[in-house]
Design a protein around this ligand. Structure first.
Ligand SMILES: NC(=O)c1ccc[n+]([C@@H]2O[C@H](COP(=O)([O-])OP(=O)(O)OC[C@H]3O[C@@H](n4cnc5c(N)ncnc54)[C@H](O)[C@@H]3O)[C@@H](O)[C@H]2O)c1
Length: 388
């Protein structure tokens, strides 16, 4: 039993969909077994002040609710910030958060475009004492966590090919009203890649599988949507993206397909990773969140897929019984624990999966920028090195 618990005081900027998802995890912190740290949410900010009401109603620890994020950054009680605002605001807010000396868990894509991302990276260089990480929850699902462990253990042999994706389908409905995520000015020219791509690229990049080139196939399927005022508005962003890449590691070259889709019929928040190797193939998808499939192989042996309901074994142990299912809100809890762990313990973090880094976010910008170029020219874009 832990007696001395280090409290990390958080401010939340952006009290929309993700702000609330994130905040509710604090109410379930007790699920995590005896961690020597815990977060407390002391301040909240949203430009639309009424969005903070839910927080002040549900979180007795909140002592500041403001419409101006600078007030929150001036609050000496705030040690770390979770920021979930539209992409066009990332550069300005993230830079100001970092310059204020607050640790930052920021939402992806870490800037609306490569220039905005470079501005954020510049602020990090100037404030190396501040921990900055990018939100990415899916690697904390037990099935994905197990895949990452197998990669670390070198169990796949020679990699044959890799496929990773993150698919949604609510935009199949042409009558779904437009929102900021379908506008270039607020979501960025990357479209579905900026929206979903960090989730897809996080583990491949963590494994050192940085694309050496990309041929992109980007599509716009629904071209206009209701504007919510009785008219229609152009739907400007890419709906779907298929990125065919080659990965060059020190000893091999292999194909990797990364796909982000807003319109994948039947899929709601489906994240998946398939790795085929000469010694082991394996796949995990949140479509079937308990199930992990793998096929071990050695010369002359049978090729039989194994299927298992993965037990609830998470990065940070919980009170939850091994037979119960893991879900998205559990992954936020685990990710937040990893962030706090790193903030408190630095490189002595208690398990191997630390949150996505600014360098990993930057590598996605290099990839998505190249993907737009590839779509424009119809050519494969080769990059010497994705920024590490
Ligand atoms: N990790 C995930 O799974 C996941 C899922 C969805 C969205 N996101 C990311 O989270 C971020 C926010 O997305 P969302 O779905 O929560 O959007 P949202 O529209 O639901 O919420 C955004 C909030 O930001 C507020 N806001 C706008 N300008 C502001 C300002 N200047 N100061 C303070 N608040 C301001 C808005 O009023 C709104 O309440 C984006 O970066 C998005 O890509 C991540």
């Amino acid at each position: 039993m832990t007696t001395d618990v280090r409290v990390v005081c958080f401010g939340i900027i952006g009290c929309g969909l993700m702000g609330r998802e994130f905040a509710s995890a604090v109410g379930r912190w007790m699920h995590l077994l005896d961690l020597p740290f815990r977060p407390e949410i002391v301040a909240v900010c949203d430009a639309n002040i009424s969005a903070t009401d839910w927080f002040t109603r549900n979180l007795p620890t909140v002592t500041q609710a403001t419409a101006n994020y600078r007030d929150l950054l001036a609050n000496p009680d705030v040690e770390a910030v979770y920021c979930a605002v539209p992409h066009n605001l990332h550069a300005q807010l993230y830079v100001d958060i970092i310059a204020a000396g607050k640790h930052l868990l920021g939402e992806k894509p870490f800037g609306i475009d490569q220039a905005a991302n470079a501005t954020i990276l510049g602020a990090i260089v100037d404030h190396r004492d501040v921990l900055v990480r990018c939100s990415s929850e899916f690697p904390f699902y037990p099935g994905a966590y197990r895949l990452a462990q197998w990669v670390r253990e070198g169990r796949f042999g020679k990699i044959i090919d890799v496929e990773a994706g993150f698919w949604h389908s609510s935009d199949l409905d042409p009558n779904k009203p437009i929102n900021w995520k379908r506008r270039v000015a607020t979501n960025g020219e990357y479209g579905c890649m900026g929206d979903l791509g960090m989730h897809v690229a996080h583990l491949p990049l963590r494994f050192g599988w940085q694309p050496a080139n990309v041929r992109a196939l980007l599509s716009k399927i629904i071209t206009e949507r209701p504007d919510g005022k009785g008219g229609t508005a152009p739907c400007e962003t890419w709906d779907n993206a298929i990125l065919a890449c080659e990965v060059a590691t020190a000893d091999q070259l292999f194909p990797m397909i990364l796909s982000t889709k807003r319109i994948a019929p039947g899929h709601a928040n489906t994240w998946f990773l398939r790795i085929n190797g000469t010694a082991l193939s394996a796949e995990y998808s949140t479509k079937n969140p308990k199930q992990l499939a793998w096929l071990p192989y050695s010369s002359g042996g049978e090729q039989a897929w194994h299927l298992m309901d993965v037990p609830y074994q998470s990065a940070y142990p919980t009170i939850t019984g091994g037979i119960f299912e893991f879900g998205f809100s559990d992954s936020i809890l685990q990710m937040w624990a990893a962030f706090c762990d790193e903030l408190v313990n630095g490189d002595q973090i208690g398990q191997p999966l630390y949150c996505a880094t600014p360098a990993e976010a930057s590598a996605t910008h290099t990839l998505f920028t190249a993907a737009i170029q590839s779509q424009r020219t119809g050519q494969t874009v080769v990059f010497d090195e994705v920024a590490a």
